[in-house]
Design a protein around this ligand. Structure first.
Ligand code: ACO
Length: 319
């Protein structure tokens, strides 16, 4: 992906410590070597043996005690907290939480849910953010779309059924990711639907319209419009017919899907049938954590670590 050169250059400019909880997995070990040799980040490979080593005992005890404090109101016992803290995924999350690592990348072995749940429970949302969501960086061979073929899509990974307010939050967060991670000078956000500017009436369309209004109220300077169909969002000729005068239609570079089913299906159609490629990052967490696909390559891990390191540089800390 062309965007990766820019992201890696940004990551090299300020080297961050990225923890890899799947530290005995072959692709992860290989990726860590490349990450270190290219200077993209300082990788920390976690293994159960590393965590249990005598010289790390004090840190494990601290993490167990802090994890218990964090989750006791949710019913976590001291014994269960001690057991969880020794699990590399939870240990890695505690490292990010406590500032002993700047970010985390996992998912070569664990499922999305197994990685997301501890991130949501331990790292939690960044100040001012109500929701964690994802942004998918999709690079198309069709350079007339987005920014030289690059589009940012959301939410394709996390929130199954966002309501209008949550959808507005996802739109604003994704525009911010497009700016800070992808270097878009002018994010132009299309709130997608099966209707363009009133061409259909349905409660699902109304949700998208309401989300667009809410997003404009939260971020009045953001260039955002909806509801728009995908063709009206991307193709100038269609925009001229379906959404005349829209500041976004025909030139959108950020696409917001109405729910997870459409978002997840949408990016997979672009990849499998349209020859596009890409990967997702999480947004809205107080410390950057990112998920891999279990079918990921060594390069995918290197790229996700680089993106996580850049997100760490833009991190909004929770006091
Ligand atoms: N933002 C912030 N916090 C959240 C969010 C969110 N989006 N979702 C849940 N939480 C919080 C909850 O408030 C809760 O906090 P608490 O325990 O402190 O009260 C905690 O996270 C756990 O929430 P649950 O509702 O118990 O967790 P749930 O079982 O619903 O899991 C998850 C949340 C994992 C994000 C779920 O929504 C999910 O599975 N999403 C889809 C993931 C997926 O399968 N994606 C598609 C495949 S990935 C791909 O194709 C690349």
């Amino acid at each position: 992906m062309k965007i990766m050169e820019k992201i890696k250059a940004k990551a090299r400019a300020s080297v961050k410590r990225i923890v890899l909880p799947e530290g005995d997995e072959a692709r992860t070990v290989k990726a860590a070597e490349i990450i270190a040799s290219e200077g993209v980040a300082e990788p920390i490979l976690l293994t159960p043996d590393f965590i249990a080593a005598a010289e790390n005992k004090a840190r494990l005890e601290t993490y167990a005690a802090d994890l218990y404090e964090l989750r006791k109101a949710k019913g976590l016992s001291e014994e269960a907290a001690a057991k969880l803290a020794a699990d590399p995924m939870y240990y890695g999350m505690m490292m990010v939480k406590e500032g002993d690592a700047d970010g985390l990348v996992s998912g070569a072995v664990h499922s999305t849910g197994d990685m997301l749940r501890p991130a949501l429970q331990i790292i939690r949302t960044a100040p001012g953010m109500k929701l964690v969501s994802s942004a998918f960086l999709l690079e198309s061979p069709r350079t007339e779309f987005g920014e030289d073929g690059l589009l940012v899509l959301a939410d394709c990974v996390v929130n199954p059924c966002p309501d209008a307010e949550e959808l507005a939050g996802i739109a604003v967060a994704t525009a911010e990711t497009a700016r800070t991670l992808c270097g878009f000078e002018e994010p132009r956000v299309a709130m997608l639907s099966f209707s363009s500017k009133g061409s259909a009436e349905h409660p699902l369309v109304e949700k998208v319209r309401k989300a667009a209004e809410t997003a404009r109220a939260i971020a009045p300077d953001l260039i955002l419009d909806g509801e728009l169909q995908l063709d009206a969002a991307l193709i100038p000729e269609v925009a001229a017919i379906k959404a005349k005068g829209s500041p976004v239609a025909g030139r959108a570079n950020v696409l917001i899907f109405p729910d997870l089913q459409s978002g997840n299906i949408g990016y997979k159609i672009a990849e499998r049938m349209g020859g596009a490629s890409g990967f997702a990052v999480l947004q809205g967490l107080a410390g950057p954590c990112n998920d891999l696909s279990r079918g990921c390559s060594v390069d995918d891990i290197v790229n996700t670590v680089a993106a996580t390191a850049v997100q760490a540089g833009n991190r909004r800390r929770r006091d």
